[in-house]
Design a protein around this ligand. Sequence first.
Ligand code: ME8
Length: 519
Amino acid sequence: PSFDAATAKPFYVTTPIFYVNAAPHIGHLHSLLLTDVFARFSRLRHPSRKVIFATGTDEHGMKIQQAAKAKGVDEKTFCDDVSQRFRDLAVLANASNTDFIRTTEPRHERAVKRFWEKLVASGDIYKGTHSGWYSISDESFYAATQVTEREDGKMIAIETGNEVIWEEEENWKFKLSKYRGFLAEWLSKPESAHPNTVRIELIRQAQSLEDLSVSRPKSRVKWGITVPGDEEQTIYVWVDALINYITVTGYPESQEGWPVDVHVVGKDIIKFHALHWPALLVSAGLEPPNRVIAHAHWTMGKSKMSKSKGNVVDPIEAMRNWSVDGVRWYLMRVGGSLTDDADYAPEQVEVHYRLLADQVGNLLSRISGPKMLKKATREFDPASPEDRDVELDRLLGGLRDDFESKMEGYMVNHACGVVMEVIMATNKLFTDLAPWSSVDGTKAITYAYHSLRLASILMQPIIPSKAAEALDRLGVPETERSWGDAVWSSGDVQEGNSLQTEEIVRRLQGGASRWKGKG
Ligand code: ME8
């Protein structure tokens, strides 16, 4: 279908908002970066389309209340401190978020209260008694069939292994069961939830959804937003948290960007986003999300990295050790899959980044040396590719489309892979052509130049600083780093699609000297 960026609504993407009960770890950075890649890709793909990219912190509820108490500080002070660390992380990691939302902000409390009133007006809120199992760590209720007894006699949630406690209380309930049919229909659209296996499982779960407790007695949870018209009850933290995505749009005065294009979440919290949230939205008279994407987890020694297990990696330290783009590359290249968990191994960060740096750096320095540049003596003749060039020709010709289709399928790891493949093939062709031992290096230089140029343009969403550095060294003007520029075909020498050899040499010389000046 034709898409008109000029008239399209803003592209709206979100990360989950992170609990402030503990410091950020690599898993949080992963969600943030995956979302950043989608935001940056949209800007590359459709520069005239506005992007709204929201992230932030989830600060209410029992879990935070307890964490603050354990530290001996009041909740607000505790939240201010940890929230700031997530905000700093986004800046350090070069995330391009356009908003950072905290659920303790007045704009959010207003939005939540208005949203709640809409649920009430729909007739979907009623007073009920809840008795069942609750996990503070998951901030989630579980049915009797979802819990089991551990060896030590404690009850745990089967899904997460976290401890649950029996709770019996009066609270407000939401008629989630009323939305079973709606959810089945919404989930029947392949684009609603990714990956597909997760979507199929959600369709199954939708059939047996029970009503949801959406408030807690103040006596139990006081750190939260009060239910409008009921001073005795606090709004359930997950309802409060999900509404952040609407607060960001300027609700209730405006709903800029809604419906959201992509909610990026970890697979651990998919049910809240793809079952509870669409139902709440429809009840409040709003459209459901366009898409919810669940990514897999980072493990440490095959066990999920999580603050409750204490097996976490500090993302700031990782970036200090391996550079920002080093960590960005590793997380996206190795862990950018939606379906498979990846095991985090610090030494592998270096291995993967080295591989990229060697392949790109090698090719760059191979073509920018003054001696080599003197070998670019004639115009490149596209009409006579030899067998060994044909494969690279094909790869280069299809690179942008390949990259796009991986990105559109949310397979960022594979998008990284297709770019790497071209760079490696180019290095190999360069070696085969051995221009250092011949008088004419035109062909080798031309292929290498365009291969690096295309790869760097496409890598901008993934490793923005390194990609910019490579484009600088290639002497590619700022105005020629767009999607439209990421093409080259040896058989097609139209303007903009091909450069004279002289121009390539001039650019490489300029890039090299500017680079020396900087370094
Ligand atoms: O769940 N690997 O917040 P949270 C990959 N506040 N990603 C991971 C991960 C891992 N090992 N561990 C965590 C919450 N994540 C709620 C969300 S949204 C309205 C409210 C990522 O601090 C993953 O995206 O526990 C997961 O969903 C998110 O961090 C949970 O962060």
